[in-house]
Design a protein around this ligand. Sequence first.
Ligand code: SF4
Length: 339
Amino acid sequence: MNNKYENILTGIRPTGNLHLGHYFGATSNWVKLQNEYTTFIEIADVQALTDNFDNPDKVRKNVYELTIDLLSVGIDPKKSTIFIQSKIPEIAELTVFYSNLVTISRLYRNPTIKTEIKQKRELFGNDGESVTYGFLGYPVSQAADITAFNGTLIPVGDDQLPLLEQCREIVRKFNSIYGDTLKEPKELLSKSSRLKGLDGNEKMGKSLGNAIYLCDSEEIINKKITGALTDTKKIGKNDPADPNVCMVYYYHKLVNKDNVETVCNECKKGLRGCVACKKELISAMNKFLEPIREKRKYYEEHPEEVDSILKEGTKKARTQAISVMQQVKKNMKIDYFDE
Ligand code: SF4
């Protein structure tokens, strides 16, 4: 199937390296989608700055790290357009135009924003001190990200659906005032749910120290899996256990699919010890990560190629955004003269 007339727009914030959660929840799907759709992948550095405005070095470094991660998992720059958000000024312009079409109370009612404000309150105590104008407005800037590239299909998890609905509201309002200009995006719901951490935590993250990163070395994988949570009721090597409460089994299901039934049966019958079971997972995980590591090594040794992929992608994305912007300005009657 080829749907090159549909534009996929997806993005990721450059705040750290990709982990297995990103891989199974998003990027492995993007690798498939790029064969069927015209795909734009935004490195959302402006969005990353909403929470990291005081740490520009971190964001800048991660733009390159993230690009290498994307290329390493199989994003093909010939099929996908990878671009840097801040290098497309049309997105910032659209954000300003759209900001007149959204009320402050509607932004506060957005469930995604509500959840994030709650988290900020728990961290900082007072949301008045921590919620910036930029943060509150990020659903508006996300609507600009999507519409600047005529994004019609947006790969999202269900937690991001409210953001997409807000984008559709903006598009409808814009079109009702200025005439049919923007395309309404539809969601492409990702099947995989969020991955649990090695410690059994529902969330996987850097601050929790429970994630496996795609760039982790063999030594790090060894250390992390050795410390993973197992069935705590299993004391002796030959005690039967419950694999469903064990994170080692959880990860076997992801990267050791051919042998997962054996792992499950032997665990339940007390026919395998946790040490051997972890060793098998370490080997399967390293085998899974090896081709990704190899590609990463190549791009780390060829930074000029990464630069050129970003430059070319950003140039191509900008051409698309300029064309959308011309129509937007024409319909808003602010196309005073050609520059
Ligand atoms: Fe987990 Fe394997 Fe131990 Fe069973 S044998 S509890 S699956 S590590």
